[in-house]
Write a protein that binds this ligand. Structure first.
Ligand SMILES: Cc1cc2nc3c(=O)[nH]c(=O)nc-3n(C[C@H](O)[C@H](O)[C@H](O)COP(=O)(O)OP(=O)(O)OC[C@H]3O[C@@H](n4cnc5c(N)ncnc54)[C@H](O)[C@@H]3O)c2cc1C
Length: 485
C-alpha cells in the first residue's frame, strides 16, 4: 500500500491541489461523522412556523422543492454549501426520466436538452468471464449541473426560498412543528421552525445509518483511445460494471465508464464495503491513487482529467434495520434514506421514482393536518434479495487463492441474466424485475453455479439475524413480485 504522503503527491500531480483539498475534507468528515444532532428546544403547540417544509440539503433531492411548492406548501431550502451544484455525472435510461415531465417541471424538449449523450447499449464484463450487453438501461448521460440549476430556477419561480451557507446542526420536535438550528457560514446561528423537515443531507446526515458504503472516484476524461476493443473507448457503448482484476486488499474494485459530451467520457472506480470498515483510512484518497495508477489497465490512451467527481454513496443491505428518522416530523429522502438498489447504487434513478409520489404523499398528509405515516421514498422487495449479494460483494474472501471467486459468482449471475433476455436483464438494473423472472433468474444462477447456495450461506458469517432476514426477504420478495407480475 502506498504511503499516504506519496498518495497525496500522486493525486495532487494528476488532479490538482483543489481536488486533494476536497478529498481530504470528505475523508475527514467520514472519519469523524456527526452521529448526533444538538438537542434543540422543541416548539410548543400552536407555535407559528416559518415554513411548511424545510429541505435540508440542496443536492439531487432539490427536486422535491418545486413539486412541494407547486402543491401549495411554503418551502425553504437550507444548504451548507451552494445549492444546486453537484460534483457528479449521472446516467439513466430514457424512460426513467419521465417523472421530470409527469411532474410538470419540464417540457419533453427541455428534458432532451439535458441529455449529453445516448449510447446504443451498455455492457457488464467480469475479469476472467464473459461480456454481457444490455439495452435500455443506464444508456443516457445527463447534464447533472444543468439539471439542478434548472430545478432551482423552477423552485424559485414557485416561491421557494434558498439559504446557502447554512449547516443544520440540531433539531427539536414538538407536537405540531420542528425547530431547526443552523450554523451560518458567516459564524452566526439561525433558528427556523417548520411543520416538516425533509432530511436530504445525503451520506452526511446523522440518520444515514445504512450498513454498506460505495466509495466512488473518477471524473470526466478526455484523451482515451477510441476503438472497439475492451480496453478502448467506444463512444456508442457504456460500461455499466467492469472488473479488470480479482479481489485485492480485501476489495473488489469495479469500473464504470460512459460517454458524455463529444470527446469526453465519465469514468468511475468504486468498491462496496461495510460502512463501518470505511472510517479514517483516507478511503477516497487511496481510491484516487489507485484510479490514476490502474486507469491504463481499464482504458488505453493519454487521459486528462477535466472534472473530478467523487463521493460516498450509502447502500442498505436490508439485512439490518433501515435508516430511520428520529421523529414523525423528520422525513428521510435520497441517500439519507438509502432505499435505492444496494446492487447498483443508482440514487439518481431512485430519486426519479420517488420525488413525485413522495411529494404528493407529504403534501396530502400536511394539508390534512397530519404527517406522512412512514417512509415516503420508493422501495421494492427485489432489494431485499439483491442486498444479500451486495453484502457478499462488500466482504469478499481475502485469501489469495479465492481472489477470483467473486468474479466467478458475478459472471454466473450476469450470464443467467443475459440468457433470460434483454427485458428481464434491463429490468433488474432498473429495479423493475418481475417475480416470475426473478425466480427464473435464481434457478438459472443455481444451475450454472451450484455452489451458490454455499456462498449465500456465507451470509451466516454476518450473524443468524442477517441470514434470517435475507431468507425472509427472499420469500417476501418472491411472493410480492409474483403477485405484482
Ligand atoms: C461520484 C458519484 C457518481 C454517481 N453517479 C450516479 C449515476 O450515474 N447514476 C445514479 O443513479 N446515481 C449516481 N450517484 C448517486 C447519486 O449522486 C446520489 O444517490 C444522489 O446525489 C443522492 O441525492 P441526495 O439529495 O440524497 O444527496 P446529495 O446529492 O449528496 O446532496 C446532499 C446535500 O446535502 C448537503 N448537506 C450535507 N450536510 C448538510 C447539513 N448539515 N446542512 C445542510 N446541508 C447539508 C450537501 O452539501 C449536499 O449538497 C453517484 C454518486 C457519486 C458520489
Amino acid at each position: 500500500m502506498m504511503p499516504v504522503e506519496a498518495l497525496k503527491a500522486r493525486v495532487r500531480d494528476s488532479g490538482g491541489p483543489e481536488l486533494l483539498e476536497r478529498l481530504e475534507w470528505l475523508d475527514a468528515e467520514r472519519a469523524h461523522p456527526s452521529l448526533r444532532e444538538r438537542p434543540v428546544r422543541a416548539p410548543e403547540r400552536g407555535t407559528h412556523v416559518d415554513f411548511d417544509v424545510v429541505l435540508a440539503g440542496g443536492g439531487l433531492s432539490l427536486l422535491y422543492a418545486p413539486v412541494l411548492a407547486g402543491l401549495g406548501l411554503r418551502v425553504g431550502v437550507f444548504e451548507r454549501g451552494r445549492a444546486a451544484v453537484t460534483h457528479r455525472e449521472w446516467n439513466i435510461s430514457h424512460a426513467e426520466l419521465r417523472p421530470l415531465t409527469d411532474s410538470g417541471l419540464f417540457q419533453p424538449e427541455e428534458v432532451e436538452s439535458l441529455i449529453l449523450a445516448r449510447y446504443s447499449h451498455g455492457v457488464c464484463r467480469w475479469h476472467g468471464g464473459g461480456e454481457y450487453p444490455v439495452r435500455d438501461a443506464l444508456d443516457h448521460a445527463v447534464d447533472a449541473g444543468r439539471l439542478l440549476q434548472e430545478v432551482r430556477r423552477r423552485a424559485e419561480a414557485r416561491g421557494v426560498r434558498f439559504h446557502e451557507g447554512h449547516t443544520l446542526v440540531g433539531t427539536g420536535e414538538g407536537p405540531d412543528a420542528v425547530r431547526l438550528q443552523f450554523e451560518r457560514a458567516d459564524g452566526g446561528r439561525a433558528d427556523v421552525t417548520a411543520r416538516l423537515l425533509l432530511d436530504a443531507r445525503g451520506v452526511s446526515s446523522p440518520h444515514a445509518t445504512a450498513d454498506l458504503l460505495c466509495p466512488t472516484v473518477g471524473g470526466v476524461l478526455t484523451g482515451l483511445k477510441e476503438g472497439t476493443a475492451p480496453d478502448e473507448l467506444n463512444p456508442r457503448v457504456g460500461d455499466i460494471l467492469v472488473t479488470t482484476e480479482g479481489v485485492e486488499e480485501g476489495r473488489q474494485h469495479i469500473w464504470e465508464g460512459f460517454p458524455g459530451r463529444p470527446g469526453e467520457t465519465t469514468v468511475y472506480l468504486f468498491y462496496y464495503a461495510p460502512a463501518r470498515d470505511v472510517r479514517g483510512e483516507h478511503a477516497l484518497l487511496r481510491l484516487y491513487g489507485r484510479f490514476f495508477e490502474r486507469l491504463g489497465r481499464y482504458k488505453r490512451g493519454e487521459p486528462r482529467l477535466l472534472r473530478p467527481t467523487f463521493g460516498y454513496i450509502p447502500g442498505w443491505s436490508r439485512l439490518v434495520p433501515p435508516p430511520r428518522a428520529p421523529g414523525q416530523r423528520v422525513v428521510l429522502v435520497g441517500d439519507a434514506a438509502a432505499r435505492h438498489s444496494p446492487l447498483t447504487y443508482c440514487g439518481f434513478g431512485a430519486t426519479m421514482r420517488s420525488f413525485l409520489p413522495a411529494s404528493r404523499a407529504i403534501a396530502s398528509a400536511l394539508h390534512e393536518g397530519g404527517v406522512p405515516p412512514g417512509p415516503v421514498v420508493h422501495d421494492t422487495p427485489l432489494h431485499a434479495v439483491t442486498g444479500g449479494l451486495a453484502t457478499l460483494m462488500a466482504s469478499p474472501p481475502r485469501e489469495p487463492a479465492l481472489r477470483d471467486e467473486l468474479n466467478g459468482l458475478l459472471d454466473a449471475a450476469f450470464s443467467a441474466l443475459y440468457a433470460l433476455g434483454n427485458g428481464p436483464y434491463s429490468a433488474l438494473i432498473k429495479d423493475q424485475m418481475t417475480g416470475t423472472d426473478f425466480v427464473r433468474f435464481l434457478y438459472l444462477v443455481a444451475k450454472r453455479r451450484p455452489r451458490v447456495y454455499r456462498e449465500i450461506l456465507a451470509l451466516a458469517s454476518h450473524g443468524p439475524m442477517a441470514t434470517a432476514r435475507w431468507l425472509e426477504g427472499l420469500s417476501r420478495a418472491v411472493l410480492q413480485l409474483r403477485a405484482a407480475s
